[in-house]
Ligand binder design. Structure first.
Ligand code: DC
Length: 215
């Protein structure tokens, strides 16, 4: 029996926090797919000016190892930007697709969060959530995270980064960030983490119970 939850949404909407809490609640494995793009983005920054050529970026994605995903440095604004740029390249997305699909196909199922999980990676997911919040609220959250982890950055710059990343993620031709027609939208703008998790768990609960009863 497999139960797959797809969570998509823009940067800093709370999808990672919700995904972790749900994974813990339902005892499912969780993959933060943004880390894959951040891992490739970090390699791109360290490589050369040709990093964003499709064939070069594809090779960087092919060279990605699980140890590349463990670094705490992956959370910097520079790497987020580079991740968003390599994510535009269809060859990179193609390389990362199989890994994500096999993760979703594991026994018991899984929770994946990202931008194209409900639309491309797991179009048949049992539950699809689209977690969002206003750009201002998301920028404020990202700003707090960055400041508390020792980064020196202004709120205005964080907002600018959030808005430009949203635009790039939503307007790209390959697997853009869009809400799947069968996704449930959760706006976390005025929700606490606890309330957002509670809403998500309730959304999943009915389908989860039904899936277990049917299979
Ligand atoms: O979720 P995140 O902020 O860690 O993602 C970093 C970038 O990676 C994001 O701006 C776009 C890209 N990404 C993607 O294109 N598809 C995914 N499934 C996950 C992330």
């Amino acid at each position: 029996m497999k139960f797959v939850v797809a969570i998509d949404g823009p940067a800093a909407a709370g999808k990672g926090t919700i995904a972790k809490a749900i994974a813990n609640h339902f005892k499912l494995s969780h993959l933060d797919t943004g880390l894959l793009y951040r891992g490739v983005g970090r390699k791109a920054l360290a490589y050369s000016r040709t990093s964003y050529y499709p064939e070069v970026a594809k090779q960087l994605a092919l060279d990605l190892k699980s140890s590349d995903l463990e670094s705490s440095e992956l959370r910097t604004p520079e790497i987020a930007e580079a991740a968003s740029k390599v994510a535009l390249i269809p060859e990179v997305r193609e390389v990362l697709l199989d890994f994500q699909r096999s993760f979703a196909n594991q026994d018991g199922g899984a929770i994946l969060d990202g931008r194209d999980i409900g639309t491309v990676i797991c179009p048949n997911a049992d539950v699809k959530l689209f977690v969002t919040a206003s750009a201002e609220v998301r920028a404020q959250r990202r700003y707090q995270e960055l400041i508390s982890s020792g980064h020196e950055i202004g709120l205005e710059n964080v907002l600018k980064d959030v808005v430009s990343r949203d635009k790039r993620d939503a307007e790209r031709t390959s697997s853009p960030l869009i809400i799947a027609h069968d996704a449930i939208k959760i706006d976390t703008s005025s929700l606490s983490i606890k309330d957002a998790v509670w809403v998500a768990i309730n959304c999943i609960n009915e389908k989860y119970k039904a899936a277990f009863l049917l299979k």
